[in-house]
Design a protein around this ligand. Structure first.
Ligand SMILES: NC(=O)C1=CN([C@@H]2O[C@H](COP(=O)(O)OP(=O)(O)OC[C@H]3O[C@@H](n4cnc5c(N)ncnc54)[C@H](OP(=O)(O)O)[C@@H]3O)[C@@H](O)[C@H]2O)C=CC1
Ligand SMILES: CC(C)(CO)C(=O)C(=O)O
Length: 378
């Protein structure tokens, strides 16, 4: 009898899709099926990569290049038209809605869908614009990934920083934000996507941690603060993460301080968790207020962004250099929208609004130089 194989579709075989796909192929027997945006893009992948997915692990001795064959690729034109069991979304945040569109008829209440993306705001998008009917919406999960991967000029994906990934079941309503520990046990025992991602060998090599939503959310806000600093500032300055290590403290402090003031209001149940659930064994012990402080986060953002991922070119800098749209609306722009949603004074999000405008200006300048030339060389 052949061993059961879990099928996992990956929507977005870019830096994050690739780093996940390679390790799934290395350490599990899953059928990994990338979903490309078009037949043309699928053909380009097959022609350029010989139907293999590859990544260079530059944080390892000798920077080994790992390549694995892809058994099946699909796109909207060639899709099997069968219900999707497990779907990973590793597109950029602003690409999510358009990328999901062709596959919505095949996503149902039995589908597991995990978002592996930076930033915040996609959950609201899925709730309010995509899966509006509670009867056929999928099981939703979030992955907060801190690995650093960039694609070099030769088109090779480089895994620059190993830093693991946290996953949790997402709540479809805010009332379900705080989860009991039993939810984690039940998903580990019964959910095919969680079982695959938590297979011991894969989980160890990829640094997977499975937790309740509130535990993951504290990690997601932690990572959000990393991205709110590293991504736009490296894009604006056009620098590699580690270059600014000795001088980035003041700007990181300004960004983080403002973010935390707004996030504490928007995620009150999380910041008041210890008072309400502390000592109750049905819930995990957690004190976010010890971690998400301005002083601690300035040092942690610098450590993760400029030490662990020193050699990485942030995903936003890469987008800006390659003239692609940037995710600023789901990072610093999300803080500005949150302040407005909370009816706060516009000055309460001035730092993030300025960072959002500067990052957008940098992208516009890069695009202008492509068309009009670089005036600095005149
Ligand atoms: N890179 C990094 O170091 C890290 C990135 N992240 C986050 O992970 C997420 C993904 O980032 P990253 O992997 O860097 O992004 P990439 O741009 O490398 O990958 C995005 C992929 O999605 C594909 N895509 C876009 N639209 C569609 C579509 N309609 N159908 C199918 N595929 C589509 C793109 O394909 P195409 O080539 O056709 O456009 C591309 O391969 C982002 O939120 C990012 O912030 C988090 C941690 C670290
Ligand atoms: C961790 C970090 C900051 C690595 O650069 C990242 O998340 C990104 O580039 O998007």
């Amino acid at each position: 009898m052949t061993a059961h194989r879990t099928t996992i579709h990956i929507l977005g075989l870019g830096a994050m899709g690739t780093v996940l796909a390679v390790d799934l192929l290395r350490f599990t027997n899953a059928l990994v099926v990338p979903l490309f945006r078009s037949q043309e893009r699928l053909a380009q992948f097959q022609e350029a990569n010989g139907n293999k997915t590859s990544i260079r692990k530059i944080y390892l001795e000798g920077s080994p290049l790992l390549s694995y064959p892809i058994e099946r690729c699909e796109c909207p034109e060639s899709f099997s038209k069968k219900p999707i069991d497990n779907l990973v979304v590793t597109t950029k945040t602003y690409q999510t809605k358009e990328a999901l569109a062709p596959y919505l008829p095949y996503i149902n209440e039995n589908t597991n869908l995990i978002l592996i993306q930076n930033g915040l705001g996609v959950l609201e998008l899925l709730r309010e614009e995509i899966f509006t009917d509670s009867k056929d919406r999928p099981h939703l999960f979030q992955g907060v990934i801190s690995h650093g991967v960039y694609q070099d000029n030769a088109g090779v994906f480089n895994h620059a920083g190993w830093a693991g990934m946290k996953i949790a079941r997402l709540p479809w309503t805010d009332e379900d934000m705080i989860q009991k520990k039993i939810i984690v046990k039940q998903d580990l025992a019964n959910n095919s996507l969680v079982k695959l991602l938590m297979e011991p060998k894969f989980a160890k090599e990829f640094g997977m941690e499975h937790s309740t939503y509130q535990e993951m959310l504290s990690g997601q806000l932690f990572k959000f603060l990393v991205n709110a600093c590293i991504n736009p500032v490296t894009a604006i300055l056009d620098c590699v993460n580690g270059e600014m290590k000795d001088s980035c403290g003041p700007i990181f402090r300004s960004i983080i301080d403002e973010c935390l003031q707004i996030l504490r209001m928007a995620y009150k149940p999380l910041f008041g968790y210890r008072e309400k659930f502390g000592g109750n064994d049905e819930y995990p012990d957690m004190n976010i207020n010890e971690v998400l402080t301005t002083d601690n986060m300035v040092s942690e953002v610098t450590r993760i962004g400029c030490d662990v991922n020193a050699k990485n070119s942030s995903s936003m800098r890469q987008d800006s250099l390659f003239l692609r749209d940037i995710e600023i609306e789901f990072i610093n722009g999300y803080v500005v929208r949150l302040a407005s949603k909370l009816n706060l004074d516009p000055n309460s999000s001035k730092v993030n609004k300025t960072i959002q405008e500067m990052a957008s200006l940098r992208l516009a300048l890069n695009r202008s130089r492509k068309i009009n030339g670089d005036w600095r060389s005149n």
